[in-house]
Design a protein around this ligand. Structure first.
Ligand code: GLC
Length: 710
């Protein structure tokens, strides 16, 4: 974290942050958006300043330029103002970039610590944001298609993406008529093989020359420009930015009718016009040729970020993203997600936008995946985005296979988005106290299974009946792959009603009849998992189990003669009546008759089977006495190989889920805990590393995500 902050500090100019020290010495448009999102967590003033500087250079027509030049740093980049020659002698380039800004502003507001500064900032910037979006709809969509076009590959932010190979081919350059120029991007130590080619540069320069010849008049450029593309990434960002801009408007009480209309039209246009049913992907549209551009870049997944993809389309995108082309889950030999399909012949692992992994693209995709419910994939991307800079440095882009960093070192958006990820997930107060909740007190214990008459269906064998009923609930309401539960739909369903009947019959079941330890474990783990769901549904929780005070203490089932809260089941029974974390005494007091029900030995694997209705828990499964040993192994294995356990040999560090902190004793000594991890780790190299460094590896604990798993 320190290193990431130092990079931003070193690149800070006093008014904004340059993307990197040598190669990019000025202010870049969407870079500032990403950078502001990192600052938002620890220096909101600077986050606001970053965007203010950019918008101070907004053109009268609303366009926010791609580059704002620093007059003191001229001479190290090409093309600079002398070449652009934009109207009014402005020190900016004459093109724009993906309009990320409303997204960044909302992000700043959401993370702001001060209560007045952020709304003031939103009020100040709202008109500028609206004017930028209006510019795009008026000037970049003359046919009112709902999609804005870009007129230079630099406007996409993905300069030499393979997606531009065909449309840039329309740009026929006669070198004799091209103004003389010298590339300066190759003078900063980045090898030419990692940069765009000379032929590309000729075309970039040709287009700039055309714009200046037309005095940057949009209508003329639209008629003359040989490169006009409706880009998926640009429009997906615009669509998402409209959504966030509406939200900003609502927060400050402005009319957002126009913005909402933009959002709906663009969302529909992306879904309908950019989707290629035969190719099963979203594609950019070459307006000059009037055709879709068939290619295979990560930009085609971006409608997940905008929310424009339909459920069905999202499933198709997911399949493609989660394949060897882009790096699949548990594939093992790659960092996810490359910018281009690696099975293509012209895939290039080192060249700029033609193959490597970029943090900004992955950051947007991991959010999109999360919103569509692809939690495991989103989580895996997040883990890789954190690992890459820690292990290989804060580079501009990375080799998907080896992780090696390429392009500019000390790259600002890599550092800023890394900070965003760390703050968002791993640095929040991990205190167990969160679990006790603060907002609404339940007041007294809520017994969830009192209102039912004895149910014949479940009375003779409640364990078996429970299993049948839970399996029914799970099949209908849990998405196993995604680890999510649809609590809303569950309420009032016949399956849920049946479950409540069976839960009612537990009052007539004697838990002493469960004798082999396997039977006990299976019964209580299952009951814990279902009472949590039952509690969430009955109490109508929508965001987190921490919405009510002491959720795990204050809900209970009557089973036979006694009452059991989730804490009783977990600590009293399954943890052999151990002391709950951060409490002074054991769960069951000395003469509590429930003590006789406790298992004799703690099996630490149960921690990966208990589902506490939160995102950091294991996904729900049903446990059967006869198979429980294998099932608990599987639960532990999947947890140990998820992003809840991150081993970084380069830093001699291991990041572990809070579970290992709270329940360290259940695993035994430090050595025993490491042996446990080694037993389940799939990555042999990491496991061997752990064995060798058991005594000196530094352990840190991850943030625990208490948000509901819905
Ligand atoms: C390159 C990238 C672009 C980025 C700029 C500054 O031009 O392609 O996305 O904004 O560098 O980092």
């Amino acid at each position: 974290m320190k290193q990431a902050k130092r990079i931003l500090e070193d690149n800070w100019t006093g008014a904004y942050t340059k993307p990197s020290p040598g190669l990019y010495p000025h202010q870049w448009n969407w870079d500032s958006g990403f950078i502001a999102m990192g600052y938002a967590h620890y220096d909101e003033k600077r986050a606001m300043q970053e965007l203010r500087s950019l918008f101070q250079n907004q053109w009268e027509n609303g366009m926010v330029p791609q580059i704002v030049f620093n007059p003191e740093a001229l001479g190290h980049y090409f093309p600079e103002p002398d070449f652009w020659q934009v109207p009014d002698g402005r020190l900016t380039s004459g093109i724009t970039m993906p309009p990320l800004h409303a997204i960044a502003c909302l992000h700043i507001y959401e993370h702001a610590k001060s209560t007045s500064r952020a709304p003031d900032f939103l009020r100040e910037i709202f008109p500028n944001l609206v004017s930028l979006h209006r510019y795009l709809y008026l000037n970049r969509d003359p046919e009112k298609s709902g999609l804005a076009y870009i007129r230079h590959p630099w406007e996409s932010g993905l300069d030499n993406s393979p997606a531009w190979d065909v449309p840039i081919g329309n740009v026929v350059v006669d070198r004799k008529n091209l103004p003389p120029y010298r590339r300066k991007d190759l003078e900063h130590g980045v090898p030419a093989e990692q940069r765009p080619s000379d032929a590309d540069y000729d075309r970039y320069v040709y287009l700039v020359d055309l714009f200046r010849r037309h005095g940057y008049r949009e209508d003329e450029i639209y008629r003359e420009c040989p490169f006009l593309v409706q880009d998926v990434l640009f429009n997906a960002i615009l669509c998402r930015a409209n959504r966030d801009l509406s939200e900003i408007g609502r927060i400050i009480g402005e009319d957002v009718t126009e913005v909402e209309e933009w959002q709906q039209t663009t969302s529909k246009a992306i879904r309908e016009k950019m989707w290629c049913p035969e190719c099963r992907k979203f594609e950019s549209i070459d307006l000059v040729a009037g055709e879709h551009i068939h290619t295979a870049t990560a930009a085609s997944f971006m409608p997940l970020f905008s929310g424009a993809a339909s459920e069905e389309q999202s499933g198709i995108l997911y399949e493609s993203m989660n394949s060897i082309s882009f790096c699949a889950l548990r594939q093992g030999n790659c960092f996810t997600i490359r910018n281009y399909d690696m099975t293509r012949e012209d895939f290039d692992a080192r060249n700029y936008w033609r193959g490597p992994v970029w943090i900004n693209i992955n950051w947007m995709l991991s959010q999109g995946l999360k919103e569509y419910g692809y939690r495991e994939k989103s989580d895996a991307i997040r883990r890789d985005m954190i690992q890459l800079p820690i292990r290989f440095g804060f580079y501009e882009f990375f080799d998907s296979q080896t992780g090696k960093g390429y392009g500019a070192p000390g790259f600002s958006w890599t550092a800023a988005l890394f900070l965003d990820l760390i703050y968002e997930y791993y640095e929040r107060d991990p205190g167990y106290g969160k679990r006790t909740g603060k907002r609404h007190a339940l007041g007294k214990k809520t017994i969830l299974n009192l209102d039912r008459k004895r149910s014949h269906a479940g009375s003779s064998d409640p364990a078996g009946a429970l299993m049948a009923s839970i399996t029914g609930l799970r099949d209908r309401f849990c998405e196993m792959g995604r680890g999510l539960v649809d609590y809303e739909a569950m309420k009032g369903s016949p399956e849920y009603e049946r479950y409540r009947d069976i839960a009612g019959s537990l009052r007539f079941f004697n838990p002493k009849t469960l004798s082999p330890p396997e039977e006990k474990k299976a019964f209580w783990v299952n009951l814990y998992n279902t009472i949590v769901i039952h509690g969430i549904v009955e109490l109508g929780l929508t965001a987190s189990v921490t919405e009510v005070a002491d959720f795990f203490i204050n809900i209970a089932y009557n089973v036979g003669d006694y009452q059991f809260s989730p804490d009783d089941m977990e600590h009293g029974i399954l943890r052999a009546n151990a002391r709950p974390p951060y409490r002074m005494s054991r769960q069951f007091a000395k003469n509590d008759p429930r003590r006789s029900l406790s298992v004799e030995e703690i099996d630490p694997r149960i921690h990966f089977a208990l589902v506490c209705g939160s995102r950091s828990c294991a996904p729900i499964r049903f446990y059967e006495a006869e198979k429980i040993d294998l099932q608990l192994d599987a639960a532990a294995e999947s947890f140990v190989n998820s992003s809840e356990v991150i081993i970084l040999p380069e830093r001699n560090k291991i990041f572990l889920s809070q579970i290992f902190h709270w329940y360290g004793k259940d695993f035994g000594t430090r050595e025993a805990m490491f042996s446990f991890l080694m037993l389940f780790l799939a990555d042999r190299e990491k496991s061997e590393y752990l064995e060798e460094h058991m005594n000196d590896i530094k352990v840190e604990y991850l943030f625990y995500d208490w948000n509901l798993n819905h």
